[in-house]
Ligand binder design. Structure first.
Ligand SMILES: Cc1cc2nc3c(=O)[nH]c(=O)nc-3n(C[C@H](O)[C@H](O)[C@H](O)COP(=O)(O)O)c2cc1C
Length: 195
C-alpha cells in the first residue's frame, strides 16, 4: 500500500476503516510537453468542400499505413468526414502566415467558403487537398471511428500521399511559442487560461 497501512486498520481514523490514497498530482501543464504538427484537414460532402486546422493528426500503423485525427463534433468538417468517410491532411510549413491558420482554425465553413482564394486540388478520394503552405499531404479513407465524447477520433487508411516541398514543418509548439498563435476551445488540446 502506498502509505504503508493495511486495509481495515481501525486506528487510521478514516470512516469505515478504509484507507484513502492520497490523490496523485494532476498538473495538466504536463500535457504541454506532448508534441504535434499543424495540419489542414479537408473533407467533402456531396459536391461541397471544407477544411479546418487540426494538430491531432498522427500515424497509427505502417502496414497498412493508417493515421488518426480527433475532430470536434460541432465542426462542419466532422459532418463532412462522417458523411464521405474520406479526409486529407496537409502538413503546414513553419512560415505559414497566421491569418491562413486563422481562416481554417477560427472560422467555420458554416459561415462561409473557407477554401475560396486558396490553392487546393481535388484528391484521389475526392477530398480537397490544400496546397498553399503545405510541405506534404496525405489522403485517407475512414476505416474506423471512436466516439470520445466531445470529439470523434477518425482512423483512416492512407490511399495517397505526396511531398510538395523541402521546408521545415510547423510544430504545434512552434505555432504557440514562436508564432504566438492561440487555440480555440474546439481543439482537443485547448487549455483554459489560468486565473
Ligand atoms: C492550432 C489549432 C489546432 C486545432 N486543432 C484541432 C483539432 O485537432 N481538432 C479539432 O476538431 N479542432 C481543432 N482546431 C479547431 C478547428 O480548426 C476549428 O474549430 C474550426 O473553426 C472548425 O471549422 P469547421 O467548422 O469549418 O470544420 C484547432 C484550431 C487551431 C487554431
Amino acid at each position: 500500500m502506498a502509505n504503508g497501512k493495511a486495509g481495515g486498520d481501525q486506528s487510521s481514523g478514516n470512516a469505515g476503516g478504509q484507507q484513502v490514497s492520497p490523490a496523485g498530482p494532476l498538473n495538466l501543464d504536463a500535457l504541454r510537453s506532448l508534441t504535434y504538427g499543424m495540419y489542414v484537414v479537408g473533407s467533402k460532402k456531396g459536391d461541397r468542400f471544407n477544411a479546418q486546422i487540426a494538430n491531432t493528426v498522427f500515424q497509427i500503423t505502417s502496414q497498412p499505413p493508417t493515421v488518426a485525427v480527433s475532430i470536434n463534433k460541432n465542426n462542419l468538417t466532422h459532418e463532412f468526414i462522417s458523411e464521405s468517410k474520406v479526409f486529407s491532411a496537409s502538413s503546414l510549413c513553419e512560415d505559414t502566415p497566421l491569418p491562413f491558420i486563422g481562416r481554417f482554425g477560427f472560422k467555420s465553413g458554416r459561415d462561409g467558403d473557407k477554401l475560396g482564394g486558396v490553392n487546393y486540388q481535388v484528391g484521389q478520394t475526392g477530398a480537397p487537398v490544400v496546397i498553399d503552405n503545405a510541405v506534404s499531404y496525405i489522403e485517407a479513407r475512414v476505416i474506423d471511428r471512436v466516439d470520445v465524447g466531445t470529439h470523434t477520433v477518425f482512423i483512416g487508411e492512407i490511399v495517397a500521399a505526396e511531398v510538395l516541398m523541402q521546408k521545415a514543418c510547423m510544430t504545434y509548439g512552434y505555432y504557440q511559442q514562436i508564432k504566438r498563435g492561440t487555440t480555440p476551445q474546439a481543439a482537443p488540446t485547448y487549455q483554459q487560461k489560468k486565473a
